[in-house]
Design a binder for this molecule. Structure first.
Ligand SMILES: Nc1nc2c(ncn2[C@@H]2O[C@H](COP(=O)(O)OP(=O)(O)OP(=O)(O)O)[C@@H](O)[C@H]2O)c(=O)[nH]1
Ligand SMILES: [Mg+2]
Length: 1067
């Protein structure tokens, strides 16, 4: 039985009908186990009560018919459910048994021993390699006590009773065992580091042999040589007596505890003690008549507690293989394929000392060069740095650079490691499977040490937004020290892509032609392949599409696929959800684990193809989107956006995973998704989505959250409107316009994953059931959608065009609002500063220019032009020059601003044009106002000149009049005017009264009116004219007012009434 067959989607996948006969049972068990359902072992048949099957027989049978990969998967799922797993698997046909070392290899457990409880640290180990004390439980003859039930109680704490071992009081547990006698099961007790909860403070392995040791001596010997203690349960003394030889074997390392039950009336304690003494075994435990189970278990725990501290008695399952070999027990890892795979894998991973260096050395193509290529590819579409360069030139330049990078890639010979890797995956299917598993496990072990510490740190800091810088560093370290099989495939993709730039006849190109087919085969085997490289944030498009073309060739004409993807904030259990739902194995861990996006194929059974309208289901697991705060650190929102847009675009159903704790973060991300959905609609695709709310366990969740769902829908509608406005698609008013989404059925509430306190907690049955409901929903949804599903070729088209669109997208509008707002604010503040500087400079210039205008024509001013208009136009061109200079300075500043790495400047890239337009209009405005100011200053200057003229002409007139007056006086012998007690001639008098004031204009206003006491009353009216004219008035008089002044009659022909115009002029 192969894994592909088990994971296949068929008509049993979503039916809830109970098993009708025995032949249904294995499939029901597998279906439930693959979904981590703890009720999987209930193997009752609904219709007949007699026709029952012991769960142990079922498990044994399944293991016997499975290949190594299925066995490994079964064991992994069983251990997640905290079921015991087979250690020694009996084969009733050959009477042989097998040590299930390979099957257990994939289990990795975490626990916290007492010395780490302070620091909250933990140990993460591959369980088969960790040295642990083992305690075994066996039975001799018939036994009235249920050993397995006692063991279950021994391992459960008071508030949590879990059936680790199948026991007779379980559903169908009492049906007779047929093939499972001799089965030895194993489980582990792992402490959580809390004294009050831990049963044993150190980890302990527990083994349980099914059947009578008298019939399974090999298994018993194996246990006695590997365990620290063996507890032999028995009822009858005679049985002990008959097996003295077996019990007294000197080769046995383990302490033997004889466990009797006094409730069996035949057991005489004295006789028992005597016998034990004779045997040299002093360790006896008796369940007396009056002791209840709890007390008995307490004694048992104490006995175990005492033996497990001996460091000599610790052994790993891996080391048990030697003992097994000695005893003639087969080890599953002995198979040729497995050994060959291991050898090849070790040859590759043995060289690794420092992961970072290893990657640099062995994978040169995917390092900096690939990142550079990614940048060039995107820049070719986005043209962010084109500046004033000709676009076509710029593009061809970029293409040339790309070509150079490809050539650079081709200068590297295929590294040693890669050559070995490619050779190994070219081996036959089973060997290749083993090889890939071995490589994965070896690499996991290598990075585990380093990563687990980093991940814990990451999680600690993650919750605290103050440690942004540290998080960024840890994230970088995580990425540097992680090395997985995907890196090998990534390198393979790059080698392949680079080879395509070589001539077709080039032998090194031809040698690589088979790689896509190899990977297509792997996809068909159910191996996850990287679609988006999370580190470079790019899709190796040629590589991916060639792999898919090959896949198409392999499966044609059955090439229809549907795509299911998951999207959500990081570490919210997305991979766990998919693994549970489809039984697959995407990488799961507690740090930032999934990078980029991985695709995996699941076959659809022939009979189910009509219903689901497809031949394959493609599942895409994506990297967790970062929370907006974290995204700010390394600008990963761009990557997140690209990823979200792409996967939403590709999928038929998108699962949007929301952990209750971070639903606010999710809202930001939903905005991206809405944009993505909106664009999908434009290309004629209306995707469906399912919201999954994790960690909601209340039964009333669905009811209670009605309001929340409504709110969510309202928010989604709001986002849709906002997004539609930004994308200029205003007719989309509601979320349901862009998505197939039903608020009632489109939400699924999933309780927490663990039932109890890890590491001893099994998966919560509620979790598994809720995920099953979701799976049903999704499959029904897909079934309903008619024959819209694409075939693989169309899928390739989709990826290509979507990725092109994504690369084209400047994402101006699709960024998270908070970030854009933040970036925009920064730019505005900066812009205000520049604007202020610009205005200040111009103000200074204008003041200076005004002074120059007012000095124009004076001796001090030196100007080439003699007329004012000429001077003004000279100033104007100077102003223009100045403005241009300042404008280019500010534009340069804007350019520099967009070049800096911090501040998420590219987020506001879309506003760049607006800002440069603002700069231009600032220049325009300032230009107009400067010109006006120059004009005004010139006008004032001209007004002054005009007035000077008036002054001169008036002076002459007045002079004349005064001379005439003086002459008149002299001729009529009137006493001359007394000014300052000096006798003056008429001309001197006039001049002295008209002498310009040296006072400042301000003080002039406050100066006393001129003393006119000695002036004849006839001339008093002219005094304001004098003072105005002589003081060089600042107000430019209008033409008619000037005329009024000039027409002012001389004393001879003056009208005695005062002219009004003059009064106004003087105000
Ligand atoms: N307590 C609890 N733990 C969970 C739940 N779901 C998943 N986990 C654990 O959370 C960890 C992360 O789960 P993953 O499935 O790797 O999360 P992810 O969302 O795929 O993570 P990334 O791919 O790194 O973004 C694993 O250790 C899971 O066992 C849950 O509902 N409750
Ligand atoms: Mg994941």
């Amino acid at each position: 039985m192969s894994l592909n067959k088990i994971l296949e989607l068929d008509n049993k996948t979503i039916t809830d009908e109970p098993a009708k006969d025995k032949s249904d049972l294995p499939w029901y068990f597998l279906k439930k186990l693959m979904m981590n359902n703890v009720t999987a072992r209930n193997t009752c048949i609904s219709e007949s009560q007699n026709d029952t099957l012991n769960p142990l027989d079922l498990i044994t049978a399944l293991f016997l018919c499975s290949d190594g990969f299925v066995q490994q998967d079964l064991v992994l799922k069983m251990s997640m459910c905290q079921f015991s797993v087979p250690l020694l698997l009996p084969n009733c046909d050959t009477k042989q048994c097998t040590l299930m070392l390979w099957a257990m290899r994939d289990i990795v457990k975490k626990y916290r021993p007492p010395d780490l409880s302070e620091s909250k640290g933990f140990i993460e180990e591959r369980i088969v390699t960790s040295e642990l004390p083992m305690v075994s439980f066996v039975r001799l003859g018939e036994c009235s006590m249920s050993k397995s039930e006692i063991l279950n109680k021994l391992l459960s704490n008071s508030q949590q009773n879990h059936d680790t071992f199948v026991h007779r009081n379980m559903e169908c547990g009492d049906s007779p065992r047929v093939i499972s006698n001799g089965l030895t099961e194993m489980t582990w007790y792992l402490p959580c580091g809390n004294k009050n909860m831990d049963i044993f403070s150190e980890p302990v392995a527990i083994a349980n042999l099914r059947g009578d040791i008298a019939s399974f001596e090999t298994q018993f010997s194996f246990l006695c040589q590997t365990s620290a203690a063996v507890f032999v349960f028995f009822d009858e003394l005679e049985q002990l007596e008959s097996q003295l030889e077996l019990l007294a074997n000197k080769n046995h390392k383990a302490k033997i505890f004889l466990v009797g039950n006094q409730q069996n009336k035949n057991l005489s304690i004295d006789a028992f003690k005597r016998l034990a003494n004779n045997l040299g075994k002093t360790n006896i435990l008796i369940k007396q008549k009056q002791t209840n189970d709890a007390t008995f278990i307490k004694g048992l725990r104490k006995a175990i507690g005492d033996v497990v501290y001996d460091p000599q008695m610790k052994i790993s399952v891996e080391k048990m293989a030697d003992i097994a070999h000695e005893l003639g027990i087969e080890v599953d890892e002995d198979s040729k394929e497995c050994q060959e795979g291991k050898k090849n894998a070790d040859a590759i991973t043995a060289e690794i000392k420092d992961i970072f260096e290893y990657k640099e050395e062995q994978f040169p193509l995917q390092g900096q060069i690939w990142k550079e290529l990614t940048f060039l590819e995107k820049e070719e579409f986005r043209l962010r740095n084109v500046g004033s360069e000709n676009i076509e030139n710029y593009k061809s330049n970029l293409r040339m650079k790309k070509e150079e990078q490809r050539q650079k890639q081709n200068t590297y010979a295929v590294s040693d490691v890669m050559a070995r890797f490619i050779k190994a995956i070219s081996s036959p299917e089973r060997e290749r499977g083993y090889f890939l598993k071995w490589v994965r496990m070896n690499l996991d072990d290598l990075s585990q040490e380093k990563l687990s510490g980093l991940r814990v740190k990451y999680k600690e800091k993650y919750s605290d937004s103050e440690h942004k810088q540290e998080i960024k560093e840890i994230d970088q370290q995580l990425s540097n020290s992680s090395l997985g099989v995907e890196h090998f495939f990534r390198e393979m993709g790059q080698i392949y892509e680079a080879s395509l730039s070589l001539p077709e006849t080039d032998p090194s190109r031809q040698q690589l032609q088979h790689l896509p087919k190899l990977c297509a085969q792997l996809l068909l085997d159910g191996f996850p392949l990287e679609l988006v490289d999370g580190d470079a944030s790019n899709i190796p498009l040629r590589w991916v599409s060639d792999v898919l073309y090959q896949l198409n060739d392999l499966v044609s004409p059955k090439n229809k696929i549907v795509v299911v993807t998951v999207l959500g904030v990081q570490s919210t259990g997305k991979s766990t959800l998919l693994n549970t739902m489809f039984g697959v194995q995407f990488a799961v861990s507690s740090g930032r684990c999934t990078r980029g996006a991985f695709m995996l194929l699941i076959k659809v059974n022939e009979d189910y193809r009509n219903i689901l309208n497809c031949d394959f289901m493609m599942i895409i697991d994506t990297e967790g989107l970062k929370s907006p705060e974290l995204a700010q650190l390394d600008n990963s929102h761009e990557h997140d956006n690209e990823l979200a847009t792409l996967v939403v675009g590709l999928s038929d159903v998108t699962i949007i995973n929301i952990a209750m704790e971070n639903s606010t973060e999710m809202k930001d991300i939903l905005q991206i998704v809405v944009h993505a959905f909106l664009r999908m609609k434009e290309v004629g695709k209306k995707p469906r989505c399912q919201f999954v709310h994790q960690n909601v366990s209340d039964v009333s969740a669905h009811e209670k959250n009605l309001r929340d769902r409504k709110l969510l829908l309202e928010q989604l509608n709001e986002m849709t409107q906002a997004a539609a406005k930004m994308e200029k698609r205003e007719k989309n008013k509601k979320f349901t316009d862009v998505m197939e989404y039903n608020p009632d059925t489109g939400n699924c509430y999933i309780p927490g994953l663990w039932n109890g306190n890890p590491p001893m907690a099994p998966v919560n049955a509620g979790y598994s059931e809720a995920v099953y409901e979701l799976k049903k929903n999704i499959i029904q949804l897909l079934g309903k959608c008619g024959s819209t599903s694409n075939n693989i070729l169309e899928f390739i088209e989709w990826i290509t065009s979507l990725w092109k669109a994504v690369k084209h997208e400047n994402f101006i509008f699709s960024f998270r609002n908070s970030l854009v707002a933040d970036a925009y604010m920064r730019l505005s503040t900066e812009y205000n500063k520049w604007e202020w500087e610009f205005k200040k400079e111009m103000y200074t210039w204008v003041t200076n220019a005004e002074t120059r205008i007012s000095n124009f024509g004076t001796v001090a001013a030196t100007s080439d032009t003699s007329d004012m208009e000429g001077f003004i136009s000279e100033l104007k061109s100077e102003a223009l020059k100045e403005l241009m200079k300042l404008e280019s300075i500010i534009l340069e500043k804007l350019k520099k601003y967009f070049e800096q790495p911090e501040g998420h400047v590219y987020l506001v890239e879309g506003y760049r044009e607006d800002f440069s337009n603002s700069i231009k209009s600032l220049r325009g405005q300032t230009e107009r106002s400067v010109f006006n100011q120059l004009r005004e200053a010139a006008d004032i200057k001209q007004g002054k000149q005009e007035l000077d003229k008036i002054k001169t002409s008036y002076t002459e007139k007045i002079e004349k009049a005064v001379c005439a007056l003086i002459d008149e006086c002299q001729s009529s012998e009137v006493e001359p005017m007394q000014i300052g007690h000096t006798r003056l001639t008429s001309e001197e008098r006039l001049r002295s009264s008209a002498a310009p004031s040296t006072q400042s204009p301000a003080s002039r206003q406050e100066a006393d009116p001129p003393d006119l006491s000695s002036v004849p009353p006839d001339y008093h009216d002219l005094a304001p004219v004098f003072s105005f004219v002589l003081e060089g008035g600042q107000v430019k008089p209008s033409e008619d007012k000037i005329k009024a002044v000039l027409d002012w009659p001389t004393p001879e022909n003056r009208n005695p009434s005062k002219p009004e115009a003059l009064e106004e002029l003087c105000l």
